[in-house]
Ligand binder design. Sequence first.
Ligand SMILES: Nc1ccn([C@@H]2O[C@H](COP(=O)(O)OP(=O)(O)OP(=O)(O)O)[C@@H](O)[C@H]2O)c(=O)n1
Ligand SMILES: C[C@](O)(CO)[C@H](O)COP(=O)(O)O
Length: 392
Amino acid sequence: MSLKAAVIIPAAGFGTRMKLDHPKQFHKLAGAPILVHTLRAFIDHPAIEEIVVVVPRDQLAHTRELFAQYAPEAANKNLSLVAGGARRQDSVYNGLKALSDRCRVVLVHDGARPLVSPEVINRCYQGAVEHGAAIAAVPVKDTLKMADLDGFIDKTVDRTTLYQAQTPQAAMKTLLQQAYEHNGDRDVTDEASLLENASIPVQLVEGAETNFKITRPEDLVVAQRLLSEQHIPVMRIGHGYDAHRLEENKKLVLGGVTIPHTHGLAAHSDGDVLTHALCDALLGAVCAGDIGGHFPDTDNRYKGIYSIKLLEEVIGVVLSRGYIVANADITVVCQAPKLAPYLERMKTLLAKTCQTVPENLNIKATTTEKMGFEGKKIGISCHAVVLLQKDS
Ligand SMILES: Nc1ccn([C@@H]2O[C@H](COP(=O)(O)OP(=O)(O)OP(=O)(O)O)[C@@H](O)[C@H]2O)c(=O)n1
Ligand SMILES: C[C@](O)(CO)[C@H](O)COP(=O)(O)O
């Protein structure tokens, strides 16, 4: 049976046991924040139609930026971000209230468990569809001791019926809502406890040892290794080159920024060689031809066009193929004017257009010591190299 399923990802905790200076779910491991790895596991899952991520209120804008940068494919899923509460159960409740009416099955999965596999997600989803509620769990594997307050063993506990609860914890939405109402304000640490308190049966399904919750500093080491093995990115490189002739009494635009000068660049568009070289490098990296092919100079729609608009379309092609910009290195060859005062503004604008952060872009300017057409101020040229990446 296929029912509409949603996942709530609580990620509004402080991570006090992790002892970092920021919440652990935003800590970067294997090239992306932990929360992004967790999100990707659900974006990629065919049963999940809706995703609600719960983060601290003061991290909402930052999280939106992170998702745009590291998981642009999330835009194609029904994704919303909501503010969390004081306890995990409050955060999950805020997520529950944000779900659409279409959702019938809810999975709740800790933002701090990035190593969840599709098989574990499937088992929880199927368990909830068949039995009303199901959670991932693993049998306790060590001998269990009960100790007195002085740290001496009181007795050995029979572990044959003992399990460690993991997430996802899945339930029919109506049952989880009912369990919340029944529970009132009592403290619980997971959804299964809520359901148990309301006498709603919960099936245990097989979790995985690798589906651990990143909780203490030592967990980061293991998670880093496992995530790196799982996410060997596919990298693609592209190179772009462009050159335009300088003409008197024209506006000079480079990297989308207007630069005061006696001359500007002659072209069908605004003549922004820097943005054109970047566009060509991006198109080259995904084997999608060049800007001449995409925006022919015989087409009047592109007459005098601000080239940042072209870059917006080009980056759309790149993102639609699942790639993001890992980094770009751009060299403008220009005798005059001096470009140094404008490079930061160019970087900020280009990074925003490329849906990445300025730290991933490097723009440098060089003269040619008065040699060649650039040195003689006949024209300006630009080289760009980009590296794109996507998860394998
Ligand atoms: N008020 C809270 C507390 C926790 N969580 C989330 O619930 C998951 C499991 O909680 P835990 O790992 O215990 O996270 P923290 O509360 O952040 O850690 P600690 O207990 O060490 O502070 C995490 O993804 C965490 O961000 C939440 O959404 N809202
Ligand atoms: C939901 C949970 O991850 C199941 O193991 C856990 O209960 C939440 O974490 P906490 O550290 O116990 O609050």
